[in-house]
Design a binder for this molecule. Structure first.
Ligand code: PMP
Length: 419
């Protein structure tokens, strides 16, 4: 073949890239850190493989039955029989993929249907689906705010929000996490006539704390800004209709754009933006992460549509999720663990540790006992903290919560984090 001929033509003893010019040298420190960690005998927290998944709260990891307490499967929709059936039907009827962009050949019946399901769920006129939530933020932020305009974001914003800022041409202004006064002060310094987008999150995923959206949105509106809220971690269980923290706080008429994902409560993959803005549809013609990528497979959007419609009436699941969150938060707090929030504010409960070795020791002891939680470390976490992040599922049983609490108590005591 031509490739083989070309390969033969290359000098056999081509000089190696000089170390100072080897683009991979920048990873040397990370390689050394990882090697030291693995040499210390601990399991690599970032190399977990689910060999078998038995349901939303249970998997087999290295041959061990393990309770899952570190997924974003808040509403436990991944094994819902109707959701699975919808995916199978779409796979049979439409095949495995779309082979193209939404703009060209990649819009199938179920892409239109899932956008309709989102309009119903949010009671909004506009819905645009992206291939992931990451791409929704990347695209919408860079498309909405252009040259000479401003994006104002919380310092603890998700990476996809930061990357949306980088992708665009707007000026970027950060304010201190959840600090209404700082937001007000910074907005006050910006030119009055310039277009401004304030980007907030309903629930911040590292600590599980919620934004004081009422005050934040009031300040944003006072300064003439438009507001976008990322409700990735609240869909399905905040607000009377499960629309998010913004709905719970009575802000349905104040928020201009809501970003969400299918990868958490909806139980599949995908991202979206919804809005009542009359010109919202135009985003499809300008948004690079919408146009220059393949659309989601029909089976994925069909499962999402079914899941979203079921979430509209999933009142029992919501109640169980909140009950689980309150019980785990109360139990861990009573044992003396330092947590990300004083009260049980969301379905994420972060156990805060300042010592990496202690964090890894507890994490590993939990895993060996059959409990998986997320381990988060800098730079993803606030100021030098190591977090054991627990995220609850509506399908966790009372018995599982009892087991989880007992395991945390034993691990925390053996490592000396609690007395
Ligand atoms: N926004 C927030 C706040 C998130 O936490 C995440 C994912 N963790 C995303 C957006 C991206 O969602 P997706 O997984 O669909 O890319």
């Amino acid at each position: 073949t031509e490739a083989a001929t070309t390969a033969h033509a290359l000098p056999v003893d081509a000089p190696e890239v000089a170390p100072e010019r080897d683009l991979m040298s920048k990873f040397d420190a990370l390689i050394a850190e990882r090697e030291a960690l693995i040499a210390s005998g601990v399991r690599n927290p970032f190399a977990i493989v689910m060999d078998e998944v038995k349901g939303p709260t249970q998997a087999v990891i290295r041959g061990k039955d393990t309770i899952l307490l570190g997924t974003y499967n808040y509403m436990g929709m991944t094994f819902d029989p109707d959701v699975i059936q919808a995916g199978k039907d779409a796979l049979d009827a439409f095949g495995s993929g779309t082979n193209g962009s939404r703009m060209l050949n990649g819009t199938f019946h179920d892409h239109i249907d899932v956008e309709q399901a989102l309009r119903e769920f949010y009671d909004m006129t506009g819905a645009i689906v992206f291939s992931t939530g990451y791409m929704a933020n990347l695209g919408i932020i860079s498309t909405l705010a252009g040259k000479g305009e401003y994006v104002i974001l919380d310092a603890d914003s998700h990476a996809s929000i930061y990357d949306g800022c980088k992708q665009g041409n707007a000026e970027i202004v950060r304010f201190r996490h959840n600090d209404v006064t700082d937001l007000d002060k910074r907005l006050g310094r910006l030119p009055k006539e310039a277009g401004k987008l304030v980007v907030l999150e309903g629930v911040y995923s590292m600590l599980g704390d919620i934004a004081p959206l009422k005050e934040m949105v009031a300040v944003a509106k006072k300064h003439g800004c438009m507001v976008l809220v990322d409700e990735a971690h609240s869909m399905g269980f905040f607000g009377p209709n499960g629309r998010g923290v913004y709905e719970e706080m009575g802000l349905t008429d104040e928020v201009d754009f809501v970003v969400g994902t299918f990868s958490k409560s909806v139980g599949t993959v995908g991202g979206f933006v919804v809005s009542n803005h009359p010109k919202f549809e135009m985003v499809r013609f300008a948004c690079r992460s919408y146009i220059f990528t393949a659309s989601l497979p029909p089976s994925v959007v069909a499962t999402a549509a079914t899941s979203i419609r079921k979430l509209m009436t999933a009142h029992d699941k919501r109640a169980q999720l909140w009950k689980n969150a309150r019980r785990l938060h109360g139990g861990l707090k009573a044992m003396g663990f330092k947590l990300g929030t004083e009260t049980s504010d969301s379905a994420i409960i972060a156990v805060i540790l300042t010592d990496q070795e202690q964090a890894i020791a507890i994490w590993q002891s939990l895993l060996e006992g059959g409990l998986y939680v997320n381990m988060a470390r800098p730079p993803a976490t606030p100021a030098g903290t190591f977090l054991l992040r627990c995220s609850l599922c509506a399908e966790h049983t009372d018995e599982q919560i009892t087991t989880i609490l007992a395991m945390f108590e034993a691990a925390g005591r053996s490592v000396g984090v609690i007395g």
